[in-house]
Each structure stands twice: as structure tokens, then as C-alpha cells.
Design a protein around this ligand. Sequence first.
Ligand SMILES: [Fe+2]
Length: 330
Amino acid sequence: MDRGADFLLSGTTALKTEDLKDQMQLVTIGKTDLATALQTPKRLSNYCAQLEAGDILFFPQTPIDIPGDDLAFLLGHQQVGGAYHKNIAYRPLEDRITGFDAQDSTGAKRLRGIMRRYSDDVIGFLRGFLGPYGARWKVDYASYRPEEEQGRDLSLRKRNDLLHTDAFPTRPTNGDRILRFFNNINPQKTRSWITTETFDALVEKMRTGKLNGGRVPLPSSMTSSAAKRALASLGLGTLAPSLRRSPYDEFMMRFHNFLKENSEFQKTCPKQHWEFPPGSSWMVYTDMVSHAVLSGQFALEQTLIVSREVMVIPEKSPYGVLSRLAISQN
Ligand SMILES: [Fe+2]
């Protein structure tokens, strides 16, 4: 396994990494590494820990087999209603796609079949690769991202090119983790990302007034003694079962918005720059790793919501971090 990412750092993009205390790593997993790891539970467990710590797992050759016909179809299709649907989404549990031309029923059927197969293949791969999690996850949406990301006309909170940690406005996780697996299927162009510090470091900076633009208050119910007890035994989601979003999800959503709306932070924060080449895959906990997509067109993605109960290093997770802060405030 090669933990060095230097070869992926752009020579032309300004890098300012000296301020990053806990710099995240790009963990490269070649074909041989992968074959060995799949036979070695300890290595798989290490990969889980690296993901949870905020590293990006990078597969120079994607482990997902996407047939040439499927690729040709995908590369020939655009989405519709881009202002409303940010991507073409596939909902595996309903076997349904959104963001595609409903008039084109033949195309829609074909696309649904392609997305179904992609989703099944990624999940099949992750069942083995993330074996230590024992498939304790919910299968969330898959997406196809056919738009060029550079210069997209999206509202500020929807913009992909501003650094943020992920939170879903309508799909609360109650402290479970957002894990995303990507494929760059563009035959020529890399997909270009920047990242800055991980969630734990950003929250600490915000809390101590070191991030510009004010603060997002910690969820109030996390700072009460009742919450303290509940956190220890039950979990955040059970604190307010009647609410659409748990206090955890409310905080994560507001933190996502806070980062995107904070222009000084966007401008001045230390950045790492990553280029994901055609034919590669990568995976990351996007609720932990603050990320932005600067450019790239034609990517596939599958999201899993992984149970926080199976984390290898639970104290590092956003839920663990917020719980600790809430308790220390009491
Ligand atoms: Fe994101």
C-alpha cells in the first residue's frame, strides 16, 4: 500500500498544506493490494480505520466492471431539469431514477438498468472490501453526474465547488455515516477535488472562534443533562423521534451551510488538491472530509449510510466528536 499522494498533486495549482495539522492522506490501492487485502481481514479493518480518520481510498483501476455499451450510453446522455435535480439519481430500493427525461421511456429504462447494475456491483464489492462493517448500512441513492462541474450555475448551498461536509436535507442519518464511492467514467478528463481539514478539526476551530464567519451553536438538546444521559445509552435520534431531523442532523445541515456561506473560510483555508484520473475509483466519508469538486464531467457514485455502531474508531466520527463536545459543555 502506498500512502504517498504526491504524484496526484497538481503542479500548477497553488498548494498550501503547511497549516494542515492532521493532513488527510490518499491511500492508493492497486490491483495486487486489493487482491491481498480481500484475503486479509486485518488489512480491511485498517482500511476502514483510514476511511474513518478522513483519508481517501483511491483505486487507480476501478474494481467495478462497467460494460463498454453502458459507458457509451452514459457518455451520450445529459440530464434534464438541472436547476431542480443536481444529478441523475437512482433509488435502489424503489428501482427508480430521477433527473432524466421522462418522455424518453426507452432511454429511461436503459438508464435505470445501467444504474441498477452499477449500484449492485458497487455494493457487492463493498460487502467484501468493507467486510468489518458486516453490511451494517442502508443503501442510499446512486447518482450519475453528467454535467461539467466547472462553472455550474447552482444556488450557493447546492454548489459543489465550495468546500463542505455532506448532510442531506431530507434524509437524516441520526449519527450514521455518509460513505460515498465514485467512478470517474470520463474517457479523457480527470475529476478535480480540493479538500481542507476534517470535520473534527473544523468544528474545534469554529468552537474556539478560529474560523471566520461566526459559529453554529451545538444542538441544544445535546447540551442538556438529559441529552448527556441519552447520548450515553440511546443515541441522538431517539432524543426527538417526532422531529424530522435529529439535533445531530440539524447541526450537520447548518454546518454544511455555514461552510459554504463563509467566503473568508473558502478563500483562506489550507487546501489539498486531488486529481482522479479516468477509469479510477475513490471512496470517502463525505460527512468527515470537507471537499469540493472544481472540475470534471461524467462520474458515477453510490452512497451508503453506515451504522455508527460499527465504526472502528467511533470517537473520530462526527457523532463522536459532537457527543464529546456536548458532554464537556455540561
Ligand atoms: Fe459533497
